[in-house]
Ligand binder design. Structure first.
Ligand code: ATP
Ligand code: MG
Length: 407
């Protein structure tokens, strides 16, 4: 009989796989000490009951923005007795001024009904809560101030629909509070054009302190990975060269630390499923292939209908026609755009869809190529003159499955 203990003890690769998850907030963030310090300097005044500076953080994906800001919030936790409260908002979920306020109130007032309140009521409740009977203590003993100081972290802030209203309302709160409590904001975005979406007034309120997180280079990524792998894997499982390879790959993908961690996590799962003793370059290479495919299949599933039909047709060609076509460069299967168009038309017919003209077809080809799912080359003068030759970059069976699943 299999026991749970047996299953848990049979794990020879991972010590704590959670350490590689995107939600894990490490205690140690390498190469971000300067940024952490600047954020802490901006917020430190609130510990003494004064107003802090609002912070705006910009940087490419995987550059440690969310982790750094969350770490700063964690470091404020011990100051609860000074009235400090922090709120993390993922604006992918809380994407309007109303939802942000509602979420904060549902956290501070446990039996607060989730819906049906007007915005004004939510706002007044928030201001009252921050003031926290400070008005009474003003008369009795001015030194005894119970006012609260709250920090709201708005992650992926660019996803908020009515962003100007949100920034305006939250920064205006401080005027209504007259220093009986304060509200500070940290906004995070990875969109380059983020500021162009905001009013000049919102920009200057939000960006009192502005930080740009630079992408990590390969050496930095390999230190970050080494540190994390030490927690995630059992001793002597990961080869140093495997870490260096994952770091080099991620450095070439915009220095994205999340991608580097994903590669190591996938490499670990591969080693585990194959009962290997070590994680080598081979597992990292394989992990990269899987990660690449996952990304491609995610893209395919969101393509418009006719581009999917085209890809489906091409995939059936790759599966069925194994002999050498027109040219065969290093064993790659290339198909002429004419035969792909024919196949696309027959797929449309089979699926009961009307076909689009070959002019549209050429546009679809260009679109799908720009997403990296197919590649085209122009053949030299050959059998049929100049022709566009098309190659599918991913496994045809998986492409078909991805189209079928999402249609
Ligand atoms: N300096 C670092 N040290 C250790 N781990 C790091 C560091 N920077 C980032 N990471 C890890 O990389 C992953 C991505 O980091 P994070 O989520 O903070 O990126 P981000 O800049 O917020 O990206 P996005 O713009 O996509 O939200 C996390 O798992 C995080 O723990
Ligand atoms: Mg983030």
């Amino acid at each position: 009989m299999t026991t749970f203990e047996e299953i848990l003890n049979s794990n020879k690769i991972f010590e704590d796989r959670n350490a590689l998850s995107p939600h894990f907030v490490p205690d140690l963030l390498l190469y971000r000490e300067e940024e952490l310090k600047r954020m802490m300097v901006a917020l430190a005044p609130i510990i003494n009951g004064k107003k802090g500076k609002n912070i705006f953080i910009y940087g490419k994906t995987g550059s440690g923005k969310t982790s750094s800001a969350r770490l700063v919030l964690n470091r404020l936790e011990p100051y609860r007795s000074n009235g400090i409260y922090t709120f993390y908002m993922n604006c992918r979920v809380y994407d309007s001024r109303y939802k942000v306020l509602q979420k904060i109130l549902s956290e501070i007032k446990h039996n607060f009904a989730k819906s049906g309140h007007s915005f004004t009521l939510l706002y007044e409740e928030l201001v009252d809560w921050i003031e926290n009977n400070a008005k009474n203590s003003d008369h009795a003993n001015p030194a005894q101030n119970h006012a609260r100081h709250i920090v709201i972290l708005l992650d992926e802030i660019d996803l908020v629909g009515d962003l100007d209203s949100l920034v305006y309302t939250l920064t205006r709160t401080n005027d209504d509070l007259h220093l009986r409590g304060t509200l500070s904001l940290i906004g995070i975005s990875n969109r380059v054009n983020f500021k162009s979406k905001l009013d000049a007034r919102s920009i200057s309120s939000l960006c009192e302190e502005e930080l740009v997180f630079q992408p990590y280079n390969a050496t930095q990524l390999s230190q970050i990975l080494t540190e994390r792998c030490r927690i995630a894997f059992k001793p002597d499982i990961v080869q140093e060269s495997a870490i260096n390879l994952a770091s080099a790959i991620a450095a070439s993908e915009n220095g994205d630390a999340r991608y580097a961690l994903l590669l190591m996590s996938r490499a670990g799962e591969l080693a585990e499923s194959q009962n290997l003793q070590r994680i080598t370059d081979k597992e990292v290479e394989e992990a990269r292939k899987i990660a690449d495919e996952d990304k491609a299949f995610e893209i395919i599933s969101t393509l418009p209908e006719h581009q999917k039909l085209l890809l489906y047709g091409l995939a059936t060609l790759v599966e069925e026609i194994h002999y050498k076509r027109l040219i065969d460069e290093v064993g790659e299967k290339l198909y002429s755009s004419g035969e792909v168009y024919e196949r696309y038309c027959s797929v449309c017919k089979k699926w009961g869809k009307s076909t689009r003209s070959s002019r549209w077809f050429r546009e679809y080809i260009a679109d799908i190529e720009s997403l990296g799912i197919i590649q085209t080359v122009t053949s030299g003068k050959g059998l049929r003159g100049h022709t566009t030759l098309i190659k599918l970059c991913y496994d045809p069976a998986k492409v078909k499955a991805s189209v079928e699943k999402s249609s």
